[in-house]
Design a protein around this ligand. Structure first.
Ligand code: FE2
Ligand code: FE2
Length: 184
């Protein structure tokens, strides 16, 4: 059994730990830490957009407004991730975007953990939260691993576009890994 809120909060803690190691790591390791951050946040955002926010829309009083607001914040985060993947890591813009990312994620996470998740916990039976947690665990490997800021974060758009985006991402990761591994 895995309570969905515990799972999502564990994701948040993992991203915070990666933010710390990004600062502390060597120049050589930093691109790997950045790519871990991009993957963790892209997968997490897609899981929330496809599974958790629709439940929030359905069960919370102001659910639609809450979900729309959260999706707007995801959009901002995805745009920053996409910039970070594109910009030269040594540039000043890259540093600015990274600071912006930390601030945007911190604010979003504190809204989720402080307001949204407690409301979801009181709106749903514990069994439902466990079911949703199992669904999140099963869906995790199927989610996109890179940001797709041009795909809207609404559940319908996500369900239509995410499988293709996700497959493309997984192939890109595999081929990138092959190139990085020195195999021939
Ligand atoms: Fe979120
Ligand atoms: Fe989250």
């Amino acid at each position: 059994m895995s309570d969905v809120i515990a799972t999502l909060e564990a994701d948040h803690r993992r991203v915070e730990a990666l933010f710390k190691s990004y600062r502390l790591t060597t120049d050589e390791q930093r691109p790997q830490v950045l790519s871990d951050i991009v993957r963790e946040l892209s997968v997490h955002a897609a899981l929330e957009e496809q599974i958790v926010y629709p439940a929030i829309r359905a069960k919370l009083q102001q659910g639609s407004e809450e979900a729309d607001h959260a999706i707007d914040e995801h959009q901002q985060i995805k745009q920053l991730l996409s910039d970070l993947e594109r910009l030269d890591m040594d540039s000043a813009e890259h540093g600015d975007r990274f600071d912006g990312l930390i601030a945007a994620v911190q604010e979003h996470v504190s809204e989720e953990e402080g307001e949204l998740f407690p409301q979801l916990r009181s709106a749903l039976e514990p069994e439902r939260l466990d079911q949703m947690g199992s669904l999140v665990d099963k869906a995790r490997d199927l989610m996109p691993t890179h940001p797709h800021p041009n795909v809207p974060g609404t559940a319908t758009a996500q369900l239509l576009a995410a499988p293709l985006a996700s497959m493309t991402d997984h192939i890109r990761d595999f081929l990138g890994g092959l190139r990085g591994s020195g195999d021939s």
